[in-house]
Design a binder for this molecule. Structure first.
Ligand code: DQQ
Length: 544
């Protein structure tokens, strides 16, 4: 790698060099966490895809392991070992289902087993079956170039395993359902688990239960029929590269999934795991801590040329815990608590009123490698700007139009991170509060503004944004932003919304990066508490 590497991360997972994309087959086995991922051993662009592997005992510090699945079998995967998932079978044995591209360039689903179950690191994987377990045929009419990414299996009360595989039929996105009693012999169910017109290809579909009224998670490898759950269907939309989900109900008898409300048919205009750069995610049930943990891939916003020059591309977002909000309508998605182990030297500020048009510097923090939590209150909500109804469905455009420098009434207020001394560069994460006169309710907009993130004009500096379902009359506004050199990962209202963004500052690097809190609204806002921590580097060791 070239010497000068200001954009490599300190506590977000990445391999020493080269291209990565989707997280694959995450699981915990004998107390060890496993992360596999799509990896090009030969360069910083997509291609030659293998399953790389890393293990951890805490989801923070990682050890690289040898490549777990290599594309070598003509009938199975010679042209690529693409995405897939791990399932822990009832006897505790893990298996992997993954997509292989065979010698005829068809996408097929294959199965891999650990060679040595007494090895908690599961270093070696074998493919004893000489043929795929699911394949496109003339009879099943599956399109061989749109058939990929098998999900983790879930076991029904009837002791039958189910998985979904992503596909499309013309413009209709489809989650094809397969069933099996032994996890080796699979039959396709005629009716897909779900589909939606106009979505295009569904990549990396996922389907799992979430508990009602509890953060605890549900073991999908146990054949109980828990009634106190709802079900999440997630799909990664290939056309627009975002992970969308719906919450709904599911019947094991008919294998039908019914989204709560909102019509999935009109495309997934609704909920996203993250409103920034977060794609092809995968989650797993963590029996060690009785939670669901989610991994997602964060692509670069720089040019391919720059990726090749720096010798790498792609990072994993922090592992995040997922649970159902008490409303039952959406998820909370927050970094797993273990990340806090890296915090040191807290700096705090309490009860500080940010006057209109103010900027305060937060000192004594390593601002290029930090974790910041801030709670706002003291808002005079009678001063909220009336929202133009045409903006209600376009939060990202609203963040694009009303960036940091556009003054409002209640907001923008928030953080400027990865800022240069003279503010030539900064990325800002902020709120704006509106009033919707139709519903007589406040609307909280969260933005991540990259427009000034770098003096380099050869990077994508789009802004991201979403409305956050909080009522500022009832609740304080919470913002947490984790900064890691080229990553700005933000969470509002305990993970009711998140935005992960990339930034490539040329001045605001290492010790020349600064951190500020600001309020550019015409009304004051109070920081009831701000805590900022310098973050230690995670230990990422071993060789691929
Ligand atoms: N990436 C994999 C595919 C998947 C896509 C190939 C999603 O299996 O559909 O690297 O990013």
């Amino acid at each position: 790698l070239p010497k000068n590497q200001p954009y490599r991360t300190a506590f977000h997972f990445q391999p020493p060099r080269n291209w990565i994309n989707d997280p694959n087959g995450p699981m915990v086995y004998k107390g060890i966490y496993h992360l596999f991922y799509q990896y090009n051993p030969k360069g910083a662009v997509w291609g030659n895809i293998v399953w790389a592997h890393a293990t951890s005992s805490d989801l923070v510090n990682w050890e690289h392991r040898p490549v777990a699945i290599s594309p070598i079998e003509p009938n199975l995967d010679v042209s690529g070992a693409w995405s897939g998932s791990a399932t822990i079978l009832q006897d505790g044995k893990p298996v992997i289902l993954y997509t292989g591209v065979n010698s005829q360039n068809q996408q097929v689903q294959n199965i891999a087993f650990p060679k040595n179950l007494s090895d908690p690191y599961l270093i070696e994987w074998t493919k004893p079956l000489q043929k795929p377990i699911m394949a496109p045929t003339i009879q099943n009419q599956i399109n061989s170039s749109s058939f990929r990414d098998p999900s983790t299996g879930w076991l029904g009360p009837d002791n039958v395993w189910r998985v979904v595989v992503g596909s499309k039929i013309r413009r209709r996105g489809v989650a094809i359902l397969y069933k099996s009693r032994d996890f080796v012999h699979w039959s396709k169910v005629k009716k897909p688990l779900h589909s939606a017109q106009g979505n295009g290809m569904w990549e990396c579909p996922a389907f799992y239960p979430v508990s009602i009224g509890s953060r605890d998670s549900v073991d999908t490898s146990k054949s109980s029929h828990d009634l106190n759950v709802k079900y999440v269907l997630k799909v990664s939309l290939d056309d627009i590269k975002h992970d969308y989900y719906t919450v709904g109900s599911y019947s094991y008898h008919t294998d039908t999934y019914t989204p709560n409300n909102g019509s999935i048919e009109n495309g997934f205009s609704g909920l996203r795991y993250d409103y920034g750069k977060f794609y092809a995610s995968k989650s797993f049930y963590d029996g060690e801590k009785n939670r669901r943990v989610l991994w997602g891939w964060v692509n670069e916003s720089s040019s391919v040329n720059d990726d090749v020059k720096k010798g790498w591309s792609g990072v994993m977002a922090l592992p995040r815990r997922v649970w159902l909000d008490k409303s039952g309508k959406q998820l909370h998605i927050c970094p797993v608590q273990e990340i806090k182990k890296l915090r040191r030297d807290p700096v705090t500020l309490t009860n500080h009123v940010l006057q209109p048009t103010s900027l305060i510097q937060i000192n004594n923090v390593t601002a290029a490698q930090a974790d910041v939590e801030i709670t706002f209150d003291g808002l005079d909500l009678s001063k909220a700007e009336i929202i133009d109804p045409s903006w209600i469905s376009k939060p990202q455009m609203l963040c694009q139009e009303k960036g940091t420098s556009v003054r409002g009434s209640l907001g923008p207020f928030g953080l400027k991170v990865l800022a240069s001394k003279g503010l030539e560069e900064y990325t800002s994460v902020f709120f704006r509060i509106f009033k919707n006169v139709q519903t007589n309710q406040n609307m909280v907009l969260m933005c991540s503004d990259q427009s000034r993130s770098s003096l380099d004009n050869d990077v994508d500096k789009s802004n991201y944004g979403t409305f956050v379902d909080v009522d500022p009359i009832q609740e304080k506004l919470l913002l947490r932003t984790l900064i890691d050199h080229s990553i700005v990962e933000s969470f509002a209202a305990e993970g009711k919304a998140s935005i992960i963004a990339r930034a490539y500052p040329q001045l605001a690097i290492h010790r020349a990066a600064y951190l500020y809190a600001f309020n550019y609204g015409s009304q004051s806002v109070r920081i009831s508490k701000l805590s900022a921590w310098s973050m230690k580097r995670a230990q990422i060791t071993g060789k691929l």
